[in-house]
Design a protein around this ligand. Structure first.
Ligand code: GLN
Length: 239
């Protein structure tokens, strides 16, 4: 019998799941399983009214068309629960298109799409090329590595903390040097790859945060492969 349970809600897992973003859920599941922590995964998709009963909410990236389908649903059926969850310190993680939807708005052509507004950012499209490639981001003393591919440019409002600083790659807009956004337990990032298998320490940091413990309280694992994956991605990013 598992000693603990981590309740994870995957938002639109069949629609917001690009560049292997589903791997983030697999990584959470494995690293919990190896520690005898049961991961209880609940999908929540179009039309479902979200309830605030999970420890970690996750939304991956998506093509514009899928993202637009989700945006209105997110605001209508899920934003109240997400807001309540964020307030009581549940983890909310958005990757790329999911990150954009956690912000205030996403502008694409003449469409202005409202986001949940948990992160004080706005995303616009401009005439420039897609921002594509391997990326490395300074996050405290650690480096987040992965891959980015987005056309949207995200701008942080004054006072909004970025997730980290770009060492290699484009990040939020290719200019500011910022990557992602963080408001306490609400995190948005452009890093695919997927994010968590290449950054196992970040996965543990999220698991610990969602369980309300310190990362050092989690049972240590043999991370030989994970460390190699991180080193490989660093190398791919030119470091
Ligand atoms: N559709 C969004 C953009 O291009 C997000 C893409 C993604 O999730 N990779 O900006």
């Amino acid at each position: 019998m598992s000693s603990r349970t981590l309740r994870v809600c995957a938002l639109y897992p069949e629609l917001m799941n690009i560049y292997a973003d589903r791997g983030n859920l697999l990584m959470l599941e494995r690293r919990c399983g190896w520690r005898d922590i049961e991961l209880r995964l609940t999908p929540s998709t179009l039309g479902d009214t979200l309830r605030d009963e999970h420890d970690l909410y996750y939304i991956g990236g998506g093509q514009d068309a899928d993202q637009l389908r989700c945006a209105a649903d997110l605001v209508e059926h899920k934003s109240d629960a997400l807001r309540a969850a964020a307030e009581r310190s549940a983890i909310v993680l958005g990757v790329c298109g999911g990150y954009q939807l956690l912000g205030r708005s996403y502008e694409i052509g003449d469409e202005h799409v409202e986001g949940v507004g948990l992160l004080d950012v706005v995303t616009v499209r401009d005439a420039g090329p897609r921002l594509i490639g391997n990326i490395a981001v300074a996050f405290g003393d650690a480096v987040i590595v992965g891959f980015e591919n987005h056309a949207g440019r995200t701008r942080l409002a004054a006072g909004q903390e970025p997730l980290g600083r770009v060492i290699r790659g484009h990040g939020n807009d290719g200019r500011s040097g910022f990557e992602g956004a963080r408001s306490g337990n609400v995190i948005g990032t452009y890093v695919h790859g997927p994010l968590l298998p290449k950054n196992s320490w970040l996965c543990d940091w999220l698991i610990a945060g969602a369980l309300g413990v310190e990362p050092g309280d989690l049972v240590a694992l043999d991370d030989t492969l994970e460390v190699a994956a991180h080193a490989n991605a660093l190398h791919a990013a030119g470091l």
